[in-house]
Design a protein around this ligand. Structure first.
Ligand code: AMP
Length: 117
């Protein structure tokens, strides 16, 4: 798999070619605010490398998976989400995935219903 998909929106955001409101970045991941927030805090955490979705990861990606969740913890701490928050990743069209570059949604700052729709 190449590191970048030329047609991918989030690859363009990672590269800085499309603006975003970044809240965190390191060697492995970039996190930025969702353009259509569904909660007071709604941040997307994406790998720099193009990966279409969680199901495309392999055992060789365990480090990356850890970095994605470590970023979520840091952002939740920085946002003061001590009362709880939700981390979601949609996999495939039936789950509602619309951008096919792996991303965690970090949602918080309001009560959450369960199950999600
Ligand atoms: P999903 O539907 O799980 O693939 O999530 C994709 C998310 O990307 C949605 O919540 C969109 O609001 C968000 N999104 C789409 N375009 C942008 C953008 N340019 N900057 C930030 N978030 C975006």
């Amino acid at each position: 798999m190449t590191d970048r998909d030329a047609d991918c929106l989030f690859c363009k955001i990672v590269a800085g070619e499309i603006p975003s409101d970044r809240v965190l970045e390191d060697d492995d991941v970039v996190a930025f605010r969702d353009i259509a927030p569904r909660a007071p805090t709604h941040v997307l955490i994406v790998p720099r490398r193009h990966v279409p979705d969680m199901h495309a990861l392999t055992d060789a990606d365990d480090h990356l998976l850890g970095r994605l969740f470590a970023a979520a913890r840091r952002i939740a701490d920085d946002a003061g989400l001590g009362n709880g928050y939700r981390v979601v990743t949609n996999v495939g069209p039936e789950a509602g995935q619309s951008v096919f570059h792996l991303h965690l949604h970090l949602l918080g700052g309001r009560p959450m219903a369960w199950p999600p729709g």
